[in-house]
Design a protein around this ligand. Structure first.
Ligand code: ZN
Length: 197
């Protein structure tokens, strides 16, 4: 497992480079992908981009399967459904339609959430870890994860998109901004986990 780099590290502001097919299939990149998967799981994130562990390469891993910290209402409102582990390399992102505004977090900006407006539906053209071309049509929270992670490859962080006035600690989000019908304050730690990307 690697350490996730924190905001202020210049690599998080660097545009990551695409990989050739030969590079993708190399032992070095295959083990980097494995490392990214382990790190994302260890930090309880739902996505991780290679620059977050110090590699300025266009690789993203995503897995969003643990939703026990959210109420049924929150899951419905966010259009959040389970997304199994997969790898996205050299992505091209196209906004399809709609927009939605929700608080989101980032493993590279610990304990802070901000309100970010993102497209509700996106299309992503990319290759997977085998170098095969993929076309992903995504909506709801999965579309949000894709936009957040692909932003990381461009050196863009969620705090660039959130109005500064919306920034809140995770604890104050629980205390002040989470819906009244949601779970009590004491699961702030759990909320922090499984929310960040
Ligand atoms: Zn992030």
């Amino acid at each position: 497992m690697s350490k996730v780099l924190q905001i202020g590290d210049p690599i998080l502001r660097t545009v990551a480079r695409p990989l050739s097919r030969d590079e993708i299939l190399s032992a070095e990149i295959q083990s980097l992908i494995e490392e990214m998967k382990l790190t994302m799981q260890e930090y309880h994130g739902v996505g991780l981009a290679a620059p977050q562990i110090g590699h300025s390469l266009q690789i993203v891993v995503i897995e969003d399967i643990n939703h026990s910290h959210l109420t049924k209402e929150e899951l419905i409102e966010r259009e959040r459904f389970p997304v199994s582990f997969h790898v996205i390399i050299n992505p091209k992102l196209y906004m399809v339609e709609g927009d939605a505004t929700f608080y989101e977090g980032c493993l590279s900006i610990p304990h802070i959430l901000g309100k970010v407006t993102r497209a509700k539906q996106v299309r992503v053209e990319c290759v997977n870890e085998l170098g095969e071309t993929q076309l992903i049509e995504a909506s709801g929270w999965y579309a949000r994860i894709l936009q957040h992670e692909i932003d990381h490859l461009q050196g863009v962080l969620m705090c660039d998109l959130a109005p500064p006035q919306s920034l809140t600690t995770t604890k104050n989000y629980q205390k002040w901004w989470r819906q009244a019908n949601s779970k009590p304050e004491d699961d702030a730690e759990k909320m922090q986990a499984h929310t960040e990307l």
